[in-house]
Design a protein. Structure first.
Length: 213
């Protein structure tokens, strides 16, 4: 059996070995092997340079296990980066969903937040009779309806309401019976127009000073 010199660490190894038993370097290039005789140890020369690294093989060696392991650092970095990107996207999507739910559940029920905020406050019905009606929209989904006859307060009742788009629906209960009213709402400056199936009501912002309320 002939001995050869490992091209990486200079150790003597058998020419039958598949890799160096000391550094784990695979012995694949036969032209780099140098056969020596056990009777002539003077031919053994250790290299004066540090072990060369074969960059083209993209492999690293585990000197403890003597087994060559693949170098996968770039693949691991790619996997970590892709995972982080998906996590960030998921966080943004979750935040968007939670924010949408909070907007839908806050304030008055409905999908048109702009109309829900514009309609808040008191509105006076314009008519030619001595009876005047004032609707006060609260942010808890309730309307306070107050009637005045010749300037005298005739009492108030509480209605529940909801807004869906530009549609206003409110429920009035009288004598144990519920009455549902549905109007299309249009608000321009200080004027609110409620258009129902059989009538149109025009309201203006209610001025409390002249009634002394």
């Amino acid at each position: 059996m002939a001995l050869i010199i490992c091209s990486e660490c200079g150790s003597r190894i058998s020419d039958k070995a598949a890799m160096c038993v000391k550094c784990g370097c695979p012995l694949r290039n036969a032209s780099m092997r140098q056969a020596i005789s056990e009777d002539n140890p003077l031919l053994i020369k250790k290299p004066n340079r540090p072990p060369a690294h074969n960059h083209s093989s993209n492999r690293t060696y585990d000197y403890n296990s003597r087994v060559a392991t693949p170098k996968n650092t770039s693949s691991v970095k790619t996997i970590i980066m892709v995972t982080c990107v998906f996590i960030i996207i998921g966080v943004f999507i979750l935040a968007y969903i939670l924010d949408s739910r909070n907007n839908n559940n806050s304030g008055v029920a409905g999908n048109n937040n702009s109309l829900s905020s514009q309609i808040l406050g008191s509105w006076e019905l314009q008519n030619d009779s001595n009876l005047t009606r004032v609707l006060t929209f609260n942010d808890n989904g309730q309307i306070t309806r107050t009637d005045f006859l010749a300037g005298s307060n005739q009492g108030s009742d509480i209605l529940s309401y909801s807004i869906d788009g530009n549609t206003l629906t409110y429920v009035s209960t009288r004598g144990g019976h519920s009455f549902v009213y549905t109007y299309e709402v249009s608000i321009n400056d200080n004027q609110m127009i409620l258009t129902g199936s059989d009538r149109t009501e025009i309201y203006t912002r209610y001025n409390t000073t002249w009634r002394g309320n």
